[in-house]
Design a protein around this ligand. Structure first.
Ligand code: DAH
Length: 369
């Protein structure tokens, strides 16, 4: 028996006898690893004469190939045996209760939005939407903001870089520009979902995201507003007052809501007002319908004749009222959320706590119950 046949017999025997993958791997390293017995033999070829090498080369290479094949074959057999053991021992108990399923929650803003849409929908309002990226005309000029007027700065506008024509678009600072898009009957070239101009009478609500460079417990750089617009003949402040009071009672689910209309200034309404609700702030949480404090909740007024004219409507024929409210802010008030910034921090723990079930349908008559 030559030294090679002896080595082969010994290695083959040990490979066949290997009991697990770790033992087989140790054997493979001992034979074929960097300083394994076969690798050393291969290295010795370099020190041989050409004649010796011609004889021994094929023998050593043949040995290496056969041992490598034997290792691979044994590995496949051990893998299969291990799988058999696992299949025999592991099983699924179908009688066990299923692990709890993590259900998504409806974000309070979307819940509150649904409630508002249901309430205004019952009053005969329809929905309109407009783009988040607006131009100066719709966001300011058509709404009667004088050029260079400080009111434009008051909105802490996020301006975009100028386009090729030098025009600077902006992230809309309020939902009021959609009033213009609804009243103007020249909306060619805008996407289909954007409010299309319509002839009066108009009765729309416009929910949407708005943006201002502002951040503290009661302000976030992005928030949600809802605009309301009614245009018809002989519309007056009384209609505005009834609409907003009715909405507020239904939204806060109490008849006891007391409101107050204070004179204010907005460029796009004349007269303009802010509406406050009576509330109780004594216990930390704000309670609507009790107490003797006032809380401002929205702005509104009669649509300014200049705005009607800018949108192609004759103020002698058409009048209207408009209002704007903060959806998140009213939601925070109704459901007691102390910091508006948490609303958009995307923390699932917050959402699980303050979120709503996707399966509860808001009922405008009874609220959520
Ligand atoms: N656009 C106003 C704002 O963001 C809110 C507002 C006030 C809207 C009065 C109106 C309105 O339509 O009539 O501050």
């Amino acid at each position: 028996m030559t030294d090679l046949t002896k080595l082969e017999a010994e290695l083959s025997g040990r490979i066949a006898a290997a009991e697990d993958l770790a033992a087989l791997e140790a054997l493979r390293v001992a034979a074929l690893g960097k300083s394994g017995s076969i690798s050393e033999l291969l290295k010795s070829l370099g020190r041989m004469t050409p004649d010796e090498r011609r004889e021994r080369g094929p023998q050593i290479n043949g040995l290496r190939d056969r041992i490598a094949a034997a290792v691979a074959e044994k590995k496949a057999a051990l893998d299969a045996a291990e799988l058999d053991v696992r299949l025999a021992s592991e099983h699924v108990d179908l009688t066990l209760p299923a692990p709890p399923e993590r259900r998504g929650r409806v974000h309070p803003t979307m819940q509150v939005l649904d409630e508002m849409i249901a309430i205004f929908g019952e009053m005969g309002f329809s929905l309109a939407e407009g783009p988040d990226i607006e131009d100066d005309f719709h966001n300011f000029t058509a709404l009667n903001f004088p050029p260079k007027h400080p009111a434009r700065d008051m909105h802490d506008t996020f301006w975009l870089a100028p386009d090729e024509r030098g025009e600077r678009k902006l992230l809309r600072t309020h939902t009021s520009p959609v009033q213009v898009r609804v009243m103007q009957r020249t909306n060619e070239g805008v996407p289909a979902w954007v409010a299309n101009g319509q002839a009066p009478p108009i009765r729309v609500i416009v929910p949407g995201r708005v943006y201002r460079s502002d951040s503290d417990a009661t302000h976030t750089p992005m928030f949600h507003q809802m605009e309301g617009l009614v245009i018809d003949r002989a519309i007056h402040m009384g209609h505005l007052k009834w609409t907003l009071e009715t909405f507020t009672r239904r939204f806060f689910e109490t008849e006891r809501v007391v409101t107050r209309f204070r004179p204010h200034h907005f460029p796009f309404t004349e007269p303009s007002c802010e509406m406050d609700v009576k509330c109780d702030r004594s216990g930390g949480a704000i309670k609507i319908g009790e107490g003797s404090d006032w809380l401002e909740i929205l702005g509104g007024g009669m649509v300014h004749p200049n705005v009607l004219r800018n949108c192609g409507l004759d103020p002698e024929t058409w009048q209207g009222f408009a209002f704007g409210l903060g959806i998140d802010r009213l939601g925070a008030l109704k459901y007691g959320m102390p910091d508006l910034r948490d609303m958009f921090a995307s923390d699932v723990r917050w959402l699980e706590h303050y979120g709503f079930s996707a399966f509860a349908t808001p009922n405008p008559a009874t609220g959520l119950s």
